[in-house]
Ligand binder design. Structure first.
Ligand code: RIB
Length: 299
């Protein structure tokens, strides 16, 4: 069982379903509203745990009802929440999400996530020593991510960075990352668009990037710099929120299988994740993914 340490955000998702996205200045009636556990960090932690990894999470919530709910949800997934701090000053992060025809638009208020500091990371050093692989995103401050990458390097643990939301990355951080998992836009922003062509960019980072491309699946270069493609698995999408997070959780959970096999599992898990509402609602178990792949392979 792979031991995955996730450093990242924890949000309550406030989700409105609508028949069409409102235009600027327009007021519409939505179709339904629900709250779901979310946040890129928590989502990736849950995805990895459902797929069989032993998961520990470092993060921060507020001293409020959402925070308690998020801690309970993560605990119920078997995730070690000892390193999740409770802020006395900031509320639990929230995401206002509009879902329409399986697509979404998201606004995040980081709240307590924005307080995660290098000091909190340093205080969690034991979790780094115990992990097989560390997985992080960019919904917590860059200083915390840099501290986490440095601590992973100190303990010789591979550091996977999902550079989402998109941000330009410090040079030193780039040097400490074992694998980047951006989408096409995030890749261009992370490396400031040099070179502009994503295939050329991937070739300069052999074995270090797996780029997700929505319905076009995932692309990566092997250790020799040769471009590889993992096609996606078409499904009827109900809610695409959390598909990328499921992909990332799976990459970490299947890290020991190597990138090609992990990307296949990750695309399958990502496909299953969009078939139910909520970021974590459709995240599959290992048995779900194996059964799904068996039907697709037989087809
Ligand atoms: O990646 C999806 C997540 O982004 C949502 O759960 C929301 O909380 C935002 O963080």
């Amino acid at each position: 069982m792979t031991k995955v340490l996730v450093v990242g955000s924890i949000n309550m998702d406030l989700v409105v379903g609508t028949a069409k996205f409102p235009r600027l200045g327009e007021t519409l009636f939505g179709e339904h509203f629900a709250t779901y556990p979310g946040g890129k960090g928590a989502n990736q932690a849950v995805a990895a745990a459902r797929l069989g990894a032993q998961v520990t999470m470092i993060g921060r919530v507020g001293d409020d009802a959402f925070g308690q709910q998020m801690l309970a949800t993560l605990g119920a997934e078997g995730i070690d929440t000892r390193w999740i701090g409770i802020s006395a000053t900031a509320a639990t992060g929230i995401a206002a999400i509009t879902v329409c025809d399986g697509d979404n638009a998201i606004l995040v208020i980081p709240g307590a996530n924005g307080e995660l500091s290098p000091a909190h990371i340093a205080a969690s050093e034991a979790a780094f020593a115990d992990a097989d692989v560390v997985l992080a995103q960019l919904e917590v401050p860059m200083a915390a991510i840099e501290a986490a990458a440095a601590l992973a390097a100190k303990h010789g643990k591979p550091f996977i960075l999902n550079p989402a939301p998109a941000a330009s990355l410090p040079i030193k951080l780039i040097g400490q990352i074992a694998l980047f998992t951006p989408n096409e836009y995030e890749l261009a922003v992370a490396f400031e668009g040099k070179p502009a062509d994503w295939k050329a960019l991937l070739a300069t980072l052999p074995g270090k990037v797996v780029m997700t491309k929505g319905r076009d699946g995932a692309w990566f270069t092997d250790a020799a710099g040769v471009l590889q493609h993992q096609p996606s698995y078409p499904v009827a999408a109900v809610d695409s929120t959390g598909a990328g997070d499921t992909f990332n959780g799976a990459i970490a959970a299947f890290w020991d299988l190597g990138l090609a096999a992990a990307a296949r599992y990750a695309c399958a898990a990502g496909a299953l994740s969009v078939t139910r509402p909520g970021a974590q609602g459709g995240m599959p178990t290992r048995a779900d993914v194996d059964a799904f792949l068996a039907t697709r392979d037989a087809a």
